[in-house]
Design a protein around this ligand. Sequence first.
Ligand SMILES: [Zn+2]
Length: 352
Amino acid sequence: MTRPPTRDQETRELIQRFRAKRDRRRKQRLVLGGTAAAIVLALVVAAVVLLVRGPADRAGAISTTVQTSLGSMASATSSTSVGSENGGGATTVSATLTTSTTMSESTATTVMATTTSRATTTSGATTSTSVLSTTSTSAPHAGGLVVVIDPGHQAKGDSTLEPIGPGSTEKKAKVSSGTSGVITGTPESELVLAVSLKLRDSLAAQGIEVLMTRTTQDVTLSNVQRAQMANEAGADLFVRIHADGSTDAGTRGIHVLYPASIAGWTDDIAASSKKAATLALQELIAATGAKDRGLDARSDMTGFNWSDVPVILPEIGFMTNPDEDRSLATAAYQDKIVKGLTRAILRFLGVG
Ligand SMILES: [Zn+2]
């Protein structure tokens, strides 16, 4: 296996932030799932104890049972967190553990207060309903869905080579400079960054967690590195936003690229990627009225071949076509693109 090229400092920091976010999300799910399970267990045991013991012992019995169960749950969660850590530094581990413990403790306190105050006046079943609804409504990112958006290119291309897939001897430039607007002169990297930032806000408003490979023009990120960011974030979908160029000024329209199935590289993501690409094309054409140029299965794209998560690359229009270049520069048309992509992504993720 060919190892990916050495990452620069900026990329390492971006990836570390991705990892930290991903790990926090995992811990939160673990803790919340564990808490809910522990509460149910504790209340079932408390109910049994209630039936066995006399009324005078009720409050004490519930408190003891809940406390014991939550205590064992908290320690189980802590050890799970350590075991699941793979690749983060020591600092990340301790920070995560602190968070988990704090969350467990604060949840335990809430449960204790609710249970003991209500135990004397109400039944265990009523308390159970109340506590569980509180826990679930306070859960962040209830769906836990993650989309990584990669605005294509960057301020300056990098013609240094990198393998087009893991272990490949075939190489391509790390990142090209892209096309530019024939009328506006806008570089592709600038246009797709603007659209990507709007898409980020649109998806975030729907409760999707969005991670960007870049939020500025001045980065040095190869296509391998971008795919690795999506992999490390555990993205439910990796969306690479690009615009097209042609030597024929009359060429116009939208098409959506997705990875062809290549054994060992993309065979595990080809079908899901095609599904996402189909939805993206459908919704983009519906939202913009642009010419439908169809889907393209590609086997030559580094950012696809290194991806372990479903990935699509919408080419949102031809910047070499005067009309489309002018349209793409307007907020109104960019909003249509964002609306179409948002609908497609939500449909792919099964949201709404
Ligand atoms: Zn491009």
